[in-house]
Design a protein around this ligand. Structure first.
Ligand SMILES: [Zn+2]
Length: 239
């Protein structure tokens, strides 16, 4: 079995791609095998996507992407069209509810839920309804031995430094693109650093943080537009 070699991206890594993706009307769901692999798939539902890895010993799935919609049921049906092996793990890539809500159908099948300790802390603070609680937490790195899968909930710069080849973001990118590269991650990092620097400059000049953030504008196709709320929220967690 070839080694699966991916990271599950967080919303932060794709923040700049989301607006374009949401402007499209993608089909309700689709499952595609990742080129160059025998056993790695992307399950897309609406403007979200998750990845899963199939081995004869079991399946490792990521994010149920089932916030206020029946995506997890469809996700399981799609997996079961490919394999009858049990779904052993569900890994949350990060703590955002649009990615992690709705996992109960996986739990009902006996899956073990895993996430980074930072995600666990966030989930325990907010106690969201319809988010399956975690069975296991991980710190910087862990290998699950059905096949090799890595996930991270660390900063974008730390993620870029890690050893990986392809990134499957939590939302498809422009044109429905499912897979990104380190250059994509670097571009998002540079974008967030620019936004962060602009907020810092404004607060240094006496603006309060909330106003500085709200008044952020970016130039796109020659026009200034406000920075979307989800990208501003990403900034809050961005050093
Ligand atoms: Zn998201």
């Amino acid at each position: 079995m070839p080694r699966a070699h991916f990271v599950v991206a967080t919303a932060l890594a794709t923040a700049a791609l989301v607006a374009t993706a949401q402007a499209q009307t993608p089909p309700p769901f689709a499952t595609t095998k990742v080129d160059g692999t025998e056993n790695v798939y992307v399950f897309g539902y609406g403007g979200h996507q998750a990845m899963f890895i199939v081995t004869p010993q079991g399946v490792i799935a990521t994010n149920p992407i089932g916030l206020r919609r029946p995506a997890a049921k469809t996700y399981i049906e799609e997996i079961q069209k490919i394999t009858k092996a049990p779904i052993k793990y569900v890994i949350y890539s990060h703590s955002h509810f649009d990615h992690i809500a709705g996992g109960q159908p996986f739990k009902d099948l006996g899956a073990m839920f895993v996430a980074h300790k930072n995600a666990k802390a966030r989930i325990e603070t907010l106690k969201p309804a319809d988010v399956v609680v975690l069975d296991q937490v991980v710190d910087a790195k862990r290998t699950i031995n059905l096949s090799a899968a890595r996930r991270s909930n660390c900063s974008t710069s730390a993620r870029i430094a890690m050893d990986w080849e392809r990134l499957i973001p939590g939302h498809p990118g422009p044109g429905g693109r499912q897979i990104g590269t380190k250059d994509d991650a670097r571009a998002v990092l540079a974008y967030l650093q620019d936004l962060s620097a602009a907020v810092k400059k404004a607060t240094d000049e006496g603006k309060c943080y909330a106003d500085a953030e709200r008044d952020l504008k970016i130039r796109e196709l020659g026009e200034l537009r406000p920075v979307p709320a989800h990208e501003r929220r990403a900034l809050l967690r961005f050093p």
